[in-house]
Design a binder for this molecule. Structure first.
Ligand code: PRP
Length: 198
């Protein structure tokens, strides 16, 4: 497995420090809110969300959504399919969307447009990793853990072919691990249309 991994891009220690900072900032920004709802986008956000909510010192409840892109033609239009919707009514709630990574921005853009129609009191985004070079659509992001270059990253929730989500650090995947594999989508060279797209 190590042969697939090139180098650590963000260490577990750096992540822990930044997550604690984000938790403090979010707690201060939402002080007084009794309606804070953290919404994790499955599956990549799970590890980040688990740590982040424990760094938040005000009351917070959770919900989750799962989405998938429709494929090449519609992913360029930013349409995603909701595989699992929220269980809670978000009208009047302070909703904080939690993502592991924003890449093209298409997923978040769609989610924000969809959730806005449900009349939350507020709607903000917190992402661990931001790849600004890959953006196709501008999305407002209130909280960013780390800005990273356009490289295929795994670990701390992020996968390659469903592997490596459990690594404590964020690693850069060795390009040889995916270059000759036509079965999987390629994250940093062809985007969401063709592959793993963080
Ligand atoms: C990743 C990530 C975002 C999306 C970002 O999810 O969690 O949801 O891609 O890409 P975008 O900015 O180009 O839309 P993925 O589809 O890999 O699913 P996962 O969370 O289950 O790994």
């Amino acid at each position: 497995m190590r042969a697939d991994l090139d180098r650590i891009l963000v260490s577990a220690r750096e992540i822990a420090t930044r997550v604690a900072e984000l938790g403090r900032q979010i707690s201060a920004d939402y002080a007084g809110s009794r309606q804070l709802l953290a919404v994790g986008i499955l599956k990549g956000s799970t590890i980040f969300m688990a740590d982040l909510v424990r760094a938040i010192s005000i009351p917070v409840s959770f919900d989750f959504m799962a989405v998938a892109s429709y494929g090449q033609s519609s992913s360029s239009s930013g349409v995603v399919r909701i595989l699992k919707d929220l269980e809670q009514n978000i009208e009047g709630r302070d909703v904080l969307l939690i993502e592991d990574i924003v890449d093209t921005g298409l997923t978040l853009n769609y989610l924000l447009e969809t959730l806005r129609t449900r009349n939350p009191a507020s709607l903000r985004v917190c992402v661990l990793l931001d790849k600004p070079e890959r953006r196709k659509v501008a999305v407002p992001i209130a909280y960013v853990g780390f800005k990273i270059p356009d490289e295929f990253v795994v670990g701390y929730g992020l996968d390659y072919a469903e592997r490596y989500r459990n690594l404590p650090d964020v690693w850069v995947l060795n390009p040889e691990a995916y270059q000759n594999n036509s079965e999987v989508k390629i994250q940093s060279t062809s985007g969401k249309d063709h592959g793993y797209d963080h």
